[in-house]
Design a protein around this ligand. Sequence first.
Ligand code: AHR
Length: 496
Amino acid sequence: PAATLTIDPAFTIAPVNRRTFGTFVEHMGRCVYTGIYEPGHATADEDGFRKDVLELTRELGASVVRYPGGNFVSGYRWEDGVGPRDERPRRLDLAWHSIETNEFGLDEFSRWCAKAGVEPMMAINLGTRGVPEALDLLEYANHPGGTTLSDLREQHGAAPYGIKLWCLGNELDGPWQVGHKTPTEYGRLAAETARAMRMIEPDLQLVACGSSSSKMPLFGTWERDVLRETYEYVEYISCHAYYGNEDGDTASFVASAVDMDHFIESVVATADHVGAELKSSKKIGISFDEWNVWYSDRSRCTDGPADQWEVAPRRIEDQYNVTDAVVVGNLLISLLRHSDRVGVACLAQLANVIAPIMTEPGGAAWRQTTFHPFAITSRLATGQVLRVETDSPTISTARYGAIPAVDAVATYDAGRLSIFATNRSTEAPVEITVDVSRSGVTTVDEAVVIHDEDLTATNTAGDPDRVTAKPLDTRLADGKLTITLPAISWVAASLS
Ligand code: AHR
């Protein structure tokens, strides 16, 4: 089969938003403890941060990091995590049925962000808490000084953090959430919290919680009802999506980005509908602040024996294979394609917990298969996102019907063209001819493919580079780039 792609630098969608390459650090399992933070580890720095993980975070090209949850935040008291370490309380964390030592908190996270070169995105607890605690946290984090809380931060040795991006709670539509709410209860609380936070800092960027997945019973009405309350006070509504191959329907799993496209477009339509009702010219953006492949162990999150409470237990440490990496690459194509509305996106999570970076306590850190498409896209996608005109053979999937085998997006930045494409066929390779004549490019600077004959191949501590991006053969002549994508593969090419 053959496909053609036509690219023109004039077909712009929006500028590449660096925040598309966000990720997520939750106090869950070993994401924080023995993930990014492990005093005593051979690579630990003076703050106890693992330097091997810091290096991999930089290489991943993460831009923004959401923190501290997730479900965890809905029962969290941020004050527990600041001040002298030996006075910090140990608490039960109901979200993940574990013990939180609070050794790591806001001040440590902020220092870690500075070292990793990422922007913090803070979530506040609107499950068990409300307006006063959100205001306290904002005052502690950002106020220059002269108040009890801002002076306390100063005593803890920190200048104002200047955090601009805030999530108003997490997944409060989910019955699993501590402090689960109806859309109107949540919408009112989020609106009041946002209004008050803006009285301290008018230019904050705030995210209201959307549905915790598009399969939730209230999906659509939740977004509508929440935005009816919050429209004028927030910049974003969140989307969360996890895709899995648990039923062995690989063809549908590989096509997961079809669902992400539909999800984003449905939430945009809902937001615009509320905007029309309110006669507002403002547009609400999407913060896709949790997305990934996640299929194993979903039930193991909170199901431990009721009397067993551990510090940093292993939780959902999915080991990703080649197919998962191809899906992650395609989900990034979907996010980039929607750059006109997706302002923030966070791969959930960063370390150990459904993560691109794995570690062993006291041992090595390595890149999962999914690390590679993320790092490559983050590095190569710059400038303007371009709409790609795609003519592709179709494939049939049980979940999404007939879909184009090839999915692609491109970016263009001052003479440099980057193309990201995937072949979602589980059976046949596709030869793609890309018309790049309008871009004026004449050289292929880099071209890589993620694919393996063994679709279940993974990276492990013992074999950390079993799956990486490999060089891809290309032909560029007369303004046409020709590449062949094997069945279930993802490619990136950069031309100038
Ligand atoms: O990322 C893991 C969990 O998935 C998050 O805590 C929660 O928000 C979502 O359900």
